[in-house]
Design a binder for this molecule. Structure first.
Ligand SMILES: *[C@@H]1O[C@H](CO)[C@@H](O)[C@H](O)[C@H]1NC(C)=O
Ligand SMILES: *[C@@H]1O[C@H](CO)[C@@H](O)[C@H](O)[C@H]1NC(C)=O
Ligand SMILES: *[C@@H]1O[C@H](CO)[C@@H](O)[C@H](O)[C@H]1NC(C)=O
Length: 422
């Protein structure tokens, strides 16, 4: 291989290795409050509290608010109509919602999506926007569309559907959503089942590509804390219903549900007999959207938003398929999308410094790797391997700036990164 290229490769490796970020993650099933783990810096004020022992007589749960503001150091107690934050024995009753933000209150709420509430996405997707206006967005069967795309948060939805003979458009439902933030991806999806059974879980949860089991007993929750945010997936019914919380970003209630026989008949969906078309009903609550948020749903949360849909017609339609279609469920790239992956942001920085002239819209996803070898021979070969020979004498020029990277590299990545081969 020509020398210039091999040196360039080494320079790349050095940059990537020094950029490697190690997340010390903790995760588990239940019992978060018992651990003394630190709350992340993006913790939303509403849930910033310490759990106290419940009222001995009534069992009403109590907390001590820590969030700065008028609620700080106040003790809040759940109302007697909903004594517990996470009612377990009967998950169908209302839960107690404690808000230590400036609201400083406790309220009783169903922990299920309210399909008529703000931020809901239900049925053949029918949305209620952040402005309270209801609309339909049909997407396309098999397509993926950005529901929300903001600086720190991106949410895609995967559409399934059918087109009965003679119809001009697909009937669609949302089968999966992916929530992207920092360097993470959380996927909530409905399993394809031929015959629906309420007692069988058709819920799929994936965290960074790995399937996650949400326990059905005890606290009935799965959580992870990477030191920046805490992510909790908590069952709100014995099967097919969860509440997802990502501190500082969002909370959502999700339910997996089929198309019933009656629904199929009334709407004349003409679904195939061997597919229950299990799909998601979701209600989102966002914590920290910017004024420039994008996405089919996100846009409706802009302060200056004026809905383009016809109000008063039975099926007000929202367009924007071209603006919000993404390459896949896991891709945050669309024509109007704003979200930049943390790793992709690094690529953009490097793009500016190095003038790589990458195609816009392509993140040039690549690998960052660090190897540790245990048993190499003295005659090991390869671009990287040769540097491990006991008699290795490097052929690259060692100096203040790393070979084939220009000085601005020092300003961007810090001198330790650029000098680490010395
Ligand atoms: C709450 O208590 C802490 C520690 O005792 C104190 O520093 C803080 O000023 C108190 N905040 C309010 C609003 O009283
Ligand atoms: C809200 O977002 C801004 C930037 O987008 C960030 O600086 C701030 O920490 C966020 N606040 C919370 C509570 O997460
Ligand atoms: C290769 O050579 C360099 C410089 O002579 C030395 O610092 C390094 O430790 C050597 N690498 C190995 C694996 O022996």
């Amino acid at each position: 291989m020509d020398k210039k290229n091999s040196c360039l490769l080494v320079a790349f490796l050095v940059v990537f290795i020094s950029m490697e970020v190690t997340f010390v993650q903790s995760q588990g099933n239940g019992n978060r409050n018992g651990n003394n783990e630190k709350k992340g810096i993006h913790d939303a004020a509403s849930t910033h509290y310490e759990l106290l022992s419940p009222n001995e007589e009534t069992g009403q749960e109590r907390v001590f608010c820590l969030a700065r503001g008028k609620c700080q150091n106040k003790t809040l107690e759940c109302p007697d109509q909903c004594a517990e934050r996470k009612p377990k024995k009967n998950k169908k009753v209302k839960g107690c919602f404690i808000d230590c933000s400036s609201k400083c209150e406790t309220t009783c709420k169903f922990r299920k999506p309210n399909c008529n509430g703000y931020g809901s996405v239900c049925y053949d997707p029918r949305f209620v926007g952040g402005d309270g206006v209801m609309f339909y967005f049909h997407g396309a069967t098999g397509g993926d569309f950005a529901l929300v795309s903001d600086n720190d948060l991106h949410i895609n939805a995967h559409f399934i559907g059918t087109r009965p003979a003679g119809r001009t458009r697909d009937f669609t439902w949302i089968q999966a959503i992916s929530v992207m933030f920092d360097s993470h991806t959380l996927v909530i999806a409905a399993k394809r089942v031929s015959h629906w059974d309420d007692n069988i879980d058709a819920l799929i949860v994936r965290w960074d590509g790995e399937a996650v089991e949400v326990p059905t007993d005890g606290e009935a929750e799965w959580w992870i804390n990477d030191g920046v945010r805490e992510v909790v997936v908590e069952r709100t019914d014995d099967t097919n219903s969860v509440r997802v919380t990502v501190t500082g970003l969002l909370e959502m209630d999700v339910k997996v549900t089929p198309i019933g026989k009656e629904e199929n008949r009334v709407h004349n969906y003409q679904l195939p007999a061997d597919d229950a078309f299990s799909h998601l009903e979701t209600q989102f609550r966002f914590a920290n959207l910017t004024d420039l948020v994008e996405g089919v749903l996100g846009k409706t949360y802009r302060p200056d938003y004026v809905t383009p849909v016809k109000i008063g017609v039975p099926m007000p339609m929202m367009g924007g398929e071209d603006k919000y279609r993404t390459l896949s469920l896991l891709s945050p790239i669309c024509n109007a999308c704003r979200f930049q992956r943390q790793s992709a942001t690094a690529t953009i920085d490097r793009y500016l410094v190095h003038n790589y002239q990458l195609l816009s819209g392509a993140a040039f996803a690549h690998l960052a790797t660090q190897f540790r070898f245990t048993n190499l021979a003295d005659l090991v070969e390869g671009v990287l391997g040769q540097t491990y020979r006991p008699d290795n004498v490097t052929s690259v020029k060692i100096g203040p700036a790393p070979p084939f990277t220009s000085l601005p590299c020092l300003q961007v990545f810090g001198s330790s990164a650029c000098h680490s081969r010395r």
